[in-house]
Ligand binder design. Structure first.
Ligand code: RB5
Length: 149
């Protein structure tokens, strides 16, 4: 398993903390930036990490900004991406079980570093349930492809 990591300046420290956590767990990752606390534009970093998930280079993405909101909007514009902002354990679990989310978004000003690590663990460990949820996820893909539902 390989994780695409990215953040803007507003979550640079959170990304670094998540990197350390993944290293401790022996989980491979690629860090798509940013690489300092210098101000940058979050869509660029969310995009490049989301693309790595969409093209199969990475299995999942963990993308952070100050709130988690901007990066989720950017990531969700990449075809094949289902990005979810998670702020608690239930959301991290349910977005895998029901939405087959492939990108976890978090905000450095929203979750503690400790909670973020827990959400990463839950997100990566929880399987998609499939069944009726597959039909709904397929409908998301239909919307992405311009279908009228
Ligand atoms: C950057 O100031 C901030 O807007 C960004 O980190 C993010 O929270 C946007 O949604």
């Amino acid at each position: 398993m390989k994780i695409a990591l990215a953040s803007d300046h507003g979550a640079f420290e959170l990304k670094e903390s998540i990197k350390k956590h993944l290293e401790e767990k022996g989980i491979a990752y690629e860090d798509f930036g940013c690489y300092s606390k210098e101000s940058v534009d979050y869509p660029r970093f969310a995009y490049i990490a989301a693309k790595a998930v969409a093209d199969g280079t990475c299995d999942y993405g963990v993308i952070c900004c100050t709130t988690g909101l901007g990066v989720s909007m950017a990531a969700n514009k990449v075809k094949g991406i289902r990005a979810a902002v998670c702020t608690n354990e239930m959301l991290a679990e349910m977005t895998r079980r029901h939405n087959n989310a492939n990108v976890l978004c978090m905000g450095q000003n929203v979750v503690s570093f400790e909670l973020a690590n827990t959400l990463v663990d839950i997100f990566l460990a929880t399987p998609f349930e499939g069944g009726r949820h597959q039909r709904r996820v397929d409908l998301l893909t239909d919307i992405e492809n311009g279908a009228a539902l």
